[in-house]
Design a protein around this ligand. Structure first.
Ligand SMILES: [Zn+2]
Ligand SMILES: [Zn+2]
Length: 275
């Protein structure tokens, strides 16, 4: 168990992680994202958070959802390869269920490869929708309405899709991020309408950035990602350092009052929250 951590804000009962695949801050900044911009004013944030190496999708989402670096989680590939089996370390969902099986967990992703993270019994809702952000968000919002998940992860693939097809920073990719913004709005609205926002933290981040039509290298363009905390107990206006994708997992567990395993590489981003 990690020690010497402050007590998390008492109001927090729920964590929602939204990951924008290929979410390069420099491109998001010049995309039409009015909802995210509105949230940023009330957030603790940085646009200089860091993807782990290699800066590719499944490697970083595995770090984001296990809290450990690739050397420990061993997921070095980037496709759904059923013969390779499930992630060999616990995920935040399995840790949450082990802590209290009544806590409800959900993962909504736009790519099949997330199946590598679906450990038996760890997720009440595991949904892959190969579609754009508003469709994925609508499915996740439906689960918020019906099941009130305690720990929810939502993945939007739009930015990465247009990055590979048209280039990082292309007009098409900017439109993709605008659609992600609609997806964010759908999720926040669902939480608001159910009266859950005053007990929920939303973490908005990404798995990697990109350059030209690719990513995967140890360069700023590929590694720099946003890390934004919004909602209950957040110290609005705080500029954060350089959290990594591993820190997202640690932060989610800490916020939910779940002991953080000592061998996690990630540390909770405690400076984003009130004491
Ligand atoms: Zn990706
Ligand atoms: Zn990609």
């Amino acid at each position: 168990m990690q020690s010497n951590l402050p007590t998390p804000p008492a109001a927090v009962k729920r964590v929602v992680i939204i990951s924008l695949d290929g979410g390069k801050p420099a491109v998001m900044r010049v995309s039409r994202m009015p909802h995210l911009e509105g949230m940023l004013k009330h957030s603790a944030s940085t646009m200089k958070a860091q993807a782990v190496i290699p800066s590719i999708t499944l490697v970083n989402h595995t770090s984001m959802l296990t809290g450990v670096k690739p050397a420990k989680h061993k997921i070095t590939w980037n496709e759904w390869e059923p013969q390779k089996g499930m992630v060999p370390v616990p995920t935040i969902f399995s840790i949450t269920k082990k802590f209290n099986k009544k806590l409800r967990t959900g993962l909504f992703a736009a790519k099949q490869k997330f199946t590598h993270l679906f450990l038996p019994g760890s997720l009440d809702n595991f949904v892959v929708i190969s579609d754009f952000a508003p469709a994925v968000a609508t499915a996740a919002a439906d689960t918020i309405r019906r099941n009130t998940p305690d720990l929810l992860f939502v993945h939007f693939a739009d930015g990465d899709h247009y990055g590979h097809n048209n280039g990082w920073g292309s007009p098409q990719q900017k439109q993709g991020f605008a659609d992600c913004d609609k997806g964010i709005e759908i999720i926040v609205s669902a939480l608001r309408r159910k009266g859950l926002m005053d007990e929920t933290v939303i973490i908005i981040s990404a798995d990697h950035g990109g350059h030209e039509k690719t990513h995967g290298m140890d360069v700023t363009d590929d590694r720099e990602i946003p890390w934004i905390a919004y909602g209950a107990g957040v110290k609005a206006g705080v500029k954060l350092g350089q959290p990594s994708t591993c820190d997202t997992a640690a932060t989610a567990l800490w916020l939910m009052g779940i002991p953080i395993p000592a061998d996690l590489d990630g540390r909770p981003v405690v400076e984003a929250f009130t004491r």
